[in-house]
Design a protein around this ligand. Sequence first.
Ligand code: S3P
Length: 413
Amino acid sequence: MTVGMRTDPLSQSVPQPYRSAGATALQGTVAVPGDKSISHRCLMLAALAAGRSEFTGLLEGEDVLATAAALQACGVAIKRLGDGHWQVDGMGEAGLQEPAQVLDLGNSGTAVRLLMGLLAAYPITVTFGGDESLSKRPMGRVLTPLKQMGIQFLGRSGDRLPLTMRSDGALQAIRYKLPVASAQVKSAILLAALGANGTTVVIEPEPTRDHTERMLRAMGVDLHQEHTHEGVSWSIQRPMGALSPLNLAVPGDPSSAAFLLGAAAIVPGSALTLTGVSTNPLRIGFITMLQEMGADITLTNPRLQGGEPVADIVVRHAPLRAVDIPASRAPSMIDEYLIAAVVAAFATGTSVFRGLAELRVKESDRLAAAAEGLRLCGVTTVIEGDDLHVVGCGAEGCQGAQPSWRSWITALP
Ligand code: S3P
């Protein structure tokens, strides 16, 4: 069947259909690409360190490359030594410099939001831009706390890119309760706090990925975590001395692993091992979901890599049953709902994914895209408020579908 589109490699503007057919069993052992969230942070935090950092397994996708280019524009010497092998000479005391040009972060929400926090700690004026989709995404969630810290923003269209940020580098510490659970916003505030006088406190309503916190601690930053009645609270102070460089092997991305795990779980005869995948407890909501559905999944060889827990994950096909995923699970599987919805179509019963408002403000409205894409493949889906219901057809999948990629593409928001 035809289910999607790709871009002609020779012409970025000509969409073409791509085809998928019923798969045979997935078998073997594979390593997934390096984690995207960690890769962005490796480059950014290494840029602050006093000395040279080195990374292997760094993801070399467009988003991470946009971060590398932005940091280079701020004076950071970044060198690619080989496949996924990168070296960063941190600016230390000298600090990041004002870029001569607009920083174009392409399609990357993580890059732009974290860089706003990172650069805010310096006396700098900088303009952030991005592609059409990034320019439609809300930046107010980062602007609000940064403004409270004393940063000025100027933009043409409210809180959307392009935005110019002006900082005098002398920031005020704040106590800020995040209105939405977002690792990007939490990280932006923690990074800005490196330039603030006093103790900055960030409180998150639900715990979100903690890669920034793990790395900052490894670099010698005093970061204090507390569980309060309001949520998880992080306190951070301007570091007294220089930040230590980082040397680490980036763990495999659980968000990339999810597609293979999902495919192996639903295709009969599959038995797949994924090596070196991050099993950070704040990233494994999808694996927990598969286990609740009755999937045959084992985590073996648990170890620490680059300050993060990793394991090899073995998955075998098994019959799946529907699940009801609470909103509180969303931060730990926020990028996995599309594949989660596909897996639910192969379960017995109706699955419900609750509290997905955040999916509407990603690079596209992923909630609408999931519901519509599956509907066009013959699966019954319903969006009720911010919840997605998927009526599963069991292991055989939904029959009689007449998928039309053209109508799906035009239906995409
Ligand atoms: C990310 C956080 C999440 C996630 C994104 C990467 C990060 O976004 O969806 O792909 O690296 O901090 P939110 O913070 O907006 O939930």
